[in-house]
Design a protein around this ligand. Structure first.
Ligand code: NDP
Length: 453
C-alpha cells in the first residue's frame, strides 16, 4: 500500500456492508476511513430490517392476546400507544448506532461525518467545507433509496423512510406496491388496528416468489382483514384536509390519513463523482461490478444495494467479507449469490430458499413438487383459522431439493436451517431420512412423502 495516500481504503457509506468492510479491513491492518452523511448502520439499522421487525412484533401483540382466550386466559389489547413504541424503538436504534461507532473505533477506522464524493480516481471530498482525502482503494457502499413514480400529488405520499418516524399513527392507511416493504407495512398497519388497503398494479403480488405461496399469503392477508386489491394503481393523490384522497385507475377513490409508497428502491449513486472517476453504471444507476465486487476501475469497488444484485443486508455483509479477503487478504474470493435464503415479514411471513417451482421447471426437464397446507397445532385452540403452506421443489433426476418455501408462522426461523441443507445440495431422500421434531410445523418438511405433482 502506498504511504503517500491518506488511507489504504476509503469507504463511502456506513451501512451494513460498508461498516463490515471497514472493520474487517481495519482488523487486517489497513488504514481505513468511512464517510457517512446520516446515522451509522445505514438502512437496515435505522429505517429498515431492525425497526421494521420491532414493528412487526408490536403488530402481533393484539392477535396473541385475542388467541389467549382459547387457552384459558382473560386479556385484552386495549390501546396502542404509538409514541411509546416510537420512543422505545428510537432508544434501541440509538444504542445500535453507538455499538456501530464502537466497533469501528476498536478496528481503528476513522469515521468522517458527511457526504463523500470522488473528485478524481483516488481523491475524495467530504461535506460542504470540502475536506479532501486520498485513498489507495475506494469502496462504494452507499445503498439505495426509495423510488416513487411521478404521478400528480406524489409529494403527499410517504416512503418507508418516513414511516419509521411518524408524528401520528394513522387510522386509515393505503399502501402502494406488492413487494417486501409493501406487504410488511400492510401487516404492520393492519396489526396495530389501522384500516389498511394495499394496492398492487398486477394480478398477484410478491412477483418472483413461488406462486402457490403468493396466493396463500394473499388469501391469509385478506382473511385477516387487509383490503388487498390487485390490478389497480393510483393515478393521482390529492391533499384533503388532514388526509389524502387516492384516485385509482379503475375510477375509484380511497381516503386515507397516510399513503405509503413501497414501489422499489434505486441505487444511491447520484452526486458521488463516479462518472468523473470513470466508474461504469448500469441503466438503473447501479454500480457495475464483477464477481469480486470490483468496478471497471480496478481500485474502486462496490458492495450492497448500490450494486443492485440482491438487496439484502446479509448479502451486503457477505460481499463485504469477500471484498476484504480479495483486496486485503491476498485471497481472491468471488461472492456466491446462489441459494440465498430470505424472508418477507408479511403476516403470515414467507420464508424461501432456492428455486420457485416455475424457475425449476424452466431449468430442469423433471421437477417433483411436494405441497402441504395445514392448520398449525396452536390454532386448534387459538380460534385462528390461519393455515400454513409448505412446499418442496425437487429436481427429479438428481433427487436434489432445489427449493424450500414456507408461508406461515416462524417461516424465517424454519427456512434459515433448511437453507443449509439446500445450499449443501441435500436430496429428498436425505430429507426423508431426517427424523422430525414433534410436534412442530417444521417437521412437515421432512415428512412429505406424497408427491403433489
Ligand atoms: P420490491 O422491488 O420488492 O417491490 C416493489 C413493488 O412495487 C413491486 O410490487 C412492483 O411491482 C411495484 N412497483 C414498482 N414500480 C411501480 C409503479 N410505478 N407503480 C406501482 N407499483 C410499482 O421493492 P420494495 O420497495 O418492497 O423493497 C426493496 C428491496 O428491499 C426488496 O427487493 C428487498 O430486496 C429489500 N427488502 C428486504 C426485506 C426482507 O428481507 N425482509 C424487507 C424489505 C426490503 P411489479 O412487481 O409489478 O414490478
Amino acid at each position: 500500500m502506498s504511504e503517500a495516500r491518506d488511507f489504504d481504503l476509503f469507504v463511502l457509506g456506513a451501512g451494513s456492508g460498508g461498516v463490515r468492510a471497514a472493520r474487517m479491513a481495519g482488523a487486517a491492518g489497513a488504514r481505513v476511513a468511512v464517510a457517512e452523511e446520516r446515522d451509522l448502520g445505514g438502512t437496515c439499522v435505522n429505517v429498515g430490517c431492525i425497526p421494521k421487525k420491532l414493528f412487526v412484533h408490536a403488530s402481533h401483540v393484539p392477535e396473541e392476546i385475542a388467541e389467549a382466550a382459547g387457552f384459558g386466559w382473560t386479556a385484552a389489547a386495549e390501546h396502542f400507544d404509538w409514541p411509546t413504541l416510537l420512543a422505545n424503538k428510537n432508544a434501541e436504534i440509538a444504542r445500535l448506532n453507538q455499538i456501530y461507532g464502537n466497533l469501528l473505533d476498536k478496528a481503528g477506522v476513522t469515521v468522517v461525518d458527511g457526504r463523500a464524493r470522488l473528485v478524481d480516481a483516488h481523491t475524495l471530498e467530504v461535506g460542504d467545507e470540502g475536506r479532501r482525502y486520498t485513498a489507495e482503494h475506494v469502496l462504494v457502499a452507499t445503498g439505495g433509496w426509495p423510488h416513487l413514480p411521478e404521478i400528480p400529488g406524489i409529494e403527499h405520499a410517504i416512503t418507508s423512510n418516513e414511516a419509521f418516524h411518524l408524528e401520528r399513527w394513522p387510522r386509515r392507511a393505503v399502501v402502494v406496491g406488492g413487494g417486501y416493504i409493501a406487504v410488511e407495512f400492510a401487516g404492520i398497519f393492519h396489526g396495530t388496528g389501522v384500516e389498511t388497503t394495499q394496492l398492487y398494479r398486477g394480478p398477484l403480488f410478491l412477483r418472483g416468489f413461488d406462486e402457490d405461496c403468493r396466493r396463500h399469503i394473499a388469501t391469509q392477508m385478506r382473511a385477516r382483514g387487509v383490503d388487498l386489491r390487485f390490478d389497480v394503481n393510483p393515478t393521482s393523490l390529492e391533499k384533503r384536509g388532514d388526509g389524502v384522497r387516492v384516485h385509482l385507475d379503475d375510477g375509484g377513490t380511497l381516503d386515507a390519513d397516510l399513503v405509503l409508497y413501497a414501489t422499489g428502491r434505486k441505487p444511491l449513486t447520484r452526486g458521488l463523482g463516479l462518472e468523473a472517476a470513470g466508474v461504469a453504471l448500469d441503466a438503473n444507476g447501479a454500480v457495475v461490478v464483477d464477481e469480486y465486487s470490483r468496478t471497471n476501475v480496478p481500485h474502486i469497488w462496490a458492495i450492497g444495494d448500490v450494486t443492485d444484485r440482491l438487496q439484502l443486508t446479509p448479502v451486503a455483509i457477505q460481499e463485504a467479507m469477500a471484498f476484504v479477503r480479495t483486496a486485503f487478504g491476498g485471497e481472491p474470493t468471488p461472492v456466491d449469490h446462489e441459494n440465498v435464503a430470505s424472508c418477507v415479514f408479511s403476516q403470515p411471513p414467507l420464508g424461501t430458499v432456492g428455486l420457485t417451482e416455475s424457475e425449476a421447471r424452466e431449468r430442469f426437464p423433471g421437477v417433483d413438487v411436494y405441497l402441504s397446507e395445514f392448520r398449525p397445532l396452536k390454532h386448534t385452540l387459538s380460534g385462528s383459522h390461519e393455515r400454513t403452506l409448505m412446499k418442496l421443489v425437487v429436481e427429479t433426476t438428481s433427487d436434489r431439493v432445489v427449493g424450500v418455501h414456507v408461508a406461515g408462522p416462524e417461516a424465517g426461523e424454519i427456512v434459515q436451517g433448511f437453507a443449509v441443507a439446500v445450499k449443501s445440495g441435500a436430496t429428498k431422500a436425505q430429507f426423508d431420512a431426517t427424523v422430525g421434531i414433534h410436534p412442530t410445523s417444521a417437521e412437515e418438511l421432512v415428512t412429505m412423502r406424497e408427491k403433489t405433482r
